[in-house]
Design a protein. Sequence first.
Length: 365
Amino acid sequence: MAASTSPSPLLLAVLFLHLLPTLLAAASLPELPLSTASRWVVGADGRRVKLACANWASHLEPAAAEGLARRGVGDIAARVAGMGFNCVRLTWPTYLATNGTLASLPFRWSLERLGLRESVAGVRVNNPALLDLPLIDVFREVISALAGKGIMVILDNQMTTPGWCCSRTDGDGFFGDKYFDPNEWLKGLRAMATMFNDTKNVVGMSLRNELRGPNQNVSLWYRYMALGAEAVHAANPNLLVILSGLDFDNTLSFLHSKKAELQFTGKLVYEQHWYGFSDGGNWEIRNQNDACRMVVDSIWAKGLFLLQQGWPLFFSEFGFDMSGTHIGDNRNLTCFLSVAAEMDLDWAIWALQGSCYIREAIFGL
Ligand SMILES: *[C@@H]1O[C@H](CO)[C@@H](O)[C@H](O)[C@H]1NC(C)=O
Ligand SMILES: *[C@@H]1O[C@H](CO)[C@@H](O)[C@H](O)[C@H]1NC(C)=O
Ligand SMILES: *[C@@H]1O[C@H](CO)[C@@H](O)[C@H](O)[C@H]1NC(C)=O
Ligand SMILES: *[C@@H]1O[C@H](CO)[C@@H](O)[C@H](O)[C@H]1NC(C)=O
């Protein structure tokens, strides 16, 4: 064979090595549905299932999973499995479930209306089959690609309106805020839970991400979280129902005195977030051990205590600068990892996407 018409052995070897992790990668789903046994999440066979998840954003303005302009959805799913994750916390805005105009908007139009022509071109190359699908079907296809690789999905309601989350003053932080109508939210939860009632790998729902802001209120937390939990459970009793705390999900301390009161058992999980920029550690300047002790004490009082009391607690967001050049990040990550190992935590790293189509008005951030 002439060299010009056949690929060189070296090229073939490189291609093979490049594709190998993708070819091999597939987790297998545990026995489903999941439920809880004291502080543990367990499979239908009663064996512990440790959630080792990556967050994957799908709630920004385009209302589609990030990264689809860069890689095929099947390839991304294979990489998720290849990296050892067994689940994805997939974010969604309420309107994707409740606003038919948005849900039925073709992916291409959703990108075009935001001026994202390069992303359209990227999706055309990497995910041609998704380009003209309605947004809600793109969402389903992402879940189905993850199912194909044995990856569980936790649906996370991030915002009402598509867009980057979260600020204290975005009007989307607590029940009754300008953009956070509890009835719209309940309708969205019900619709999503119903939509995936026969989709095995959808194993749980985070009812609302990072409650926050000037109007947050403990007594309303109990009222609305119970309504949301019952709505999800009635529509889809297989799902774990996952409840965020207050103060951007840093605080669940109010649960010391009283837990959420639900009509069903064996499905309730709490979630807590831990970012060094908000943990008060002053990591750059303080002795690392002192900072870690102080932060762990505080995180314990704010939420970790739930584990000791026999309730599952999912660390559904933590994150750091993966370049390794950020001293504070390196230090607090070590602290987080030691706690994650010692307490055998269930967790989800923020985040899978390397960039966003558009974030806070900046393309490709
Ligand atoms: C529904 O979504 C469409 C498309 O994004 C938007 O133009 C419209 O304002 C939304 N409706 C509501 C009630 O938010
Ligand atoms: C599941 O949802 C579909 C609609 O998507 C509905 O028709 C069906 O009754 C639901 N099944 C159960 C068991 O709730
Ligand atoms: C919380 O909401 C309840 C019910 O609306 C209200 O009675 C109470 O005053 C609120 N508490 C605070 C601290 O705003
Ligand atoms: C660690 O702390 C730095 C600086 O305080 C912060 O920017 C970073 O997000 C933190 N990382 C983690 C993993 O919490």
